[in-house]
Design a protein around this ligand. Structure first.
Ligand SMILES: Cc1cc2nc3c(=O)[nH]c(=O)nc-3n(C[C@H](O)[C@H](O)[C@H](O)COP(=O)(O)O)c2cc1C
Length: 211
């Protein structure tokens, strides 16, 4: 039972990191293995829409996206967290997720995300976290990933890790998120052991609205 947690902040040890640490600790207390994957301080761009991934089975820009994809193959669940920038999720995290989700499962490569539970975490000094959560969660709903929730919105407040320490309710929410994720992973594990089959899929039908 392994959970990969993405720190989508340019700060390795900022508010996002502090929030994710709380989720990770709670997951470990429930018996899960955890790894925090930091995206780095350098900005990450979005998808070039070059289509190369449909031939390569990975992103043509060989950076954190492909490195994460390899790790994701071994993971059972995910937490994608990042700072709120201008009342939405930070651009680097969204660029990373655009390219990760678009290049995943192409050219005969396995889908390393589908049917694995995922949670979004957002941090901010003051406002915009719920919009940021919606930005992140949209990736899960288009990728057959069950969304893990907590006892409040998955957010913490603060401008720094030290500030976050004072957000007792935010940290409580993070700990419950970890427990809920561990519980769902155990349910999936138990279902698999009991012979519950994965959902069948059918050949896709692709339409658009001009033809
Ligand atoms: C470009 C930029 C835009 C920001 N926009 C917001 C915002 O809209 N609302 C807010 O509350 N905080 C905003 N902040 C503050 C961060 O969300 C806050 O400092 C957060 O704790 C940073 O998390 P981190 O240390 O994990 O990067 C912004 C920060 C930056 C750098």
């Amino acid at each position: 039972m392994k959970v990969l947690l993405v720190n989508g902040s340019p700060h390795k040890a900022g508010s996002t990191s502090r929030a994710l640490e709380e989720v990770a600790r709670s997951l470990r207390e429930c018996g899960a293995e955890t790894e925090i994957f930091w995206l780095d301080a350098r900005p990450l761009g979005g998808c070039a829409a070059c289509g190369a991934c449909s031939k390569l089975g990975r992103c043509v820009i060989d950076d954190a996206v492909n490195a994460f994809r390899e790790k994701a193959a071994e993971a059972d669940g995910f937490v994608f967290g990042g700072p709120t920038h201008y009342a939405r999720a930070g651009a680097s995290l969204l660029g990373f997720m655009d390219r990760l989700f678009y290049s995943n499962g192409r050219a005969g490569e396995p889908d390393v995300l589908a049917h694995k539970p995922a949670a979004a975490v957002s941090v901010a000094r003051r406002a915009g976290t719920t919009s940021a959560l919606a930005d992140i969660e949209k990736f899960f709903t288009i990728s057959q990933m069950p969304i893990v929730s907590s006892r409040y919105w998955n957010l913490v407040y603060g401008s720094s890790a030290e500030d976050v320490e004072q957000d007792a309710e935010g940290l409580w929410t993070m700990r419950q998120l970890g427990r809920n994720m561990a519980w769902l992973l155990r349910c999936i594990e138990a279902g698999r052991a009991a012979g519950v089959a994965m959902p069948a899929s059918e050949e896709g039908v692709w339409t658009n609205f001009v033809r």
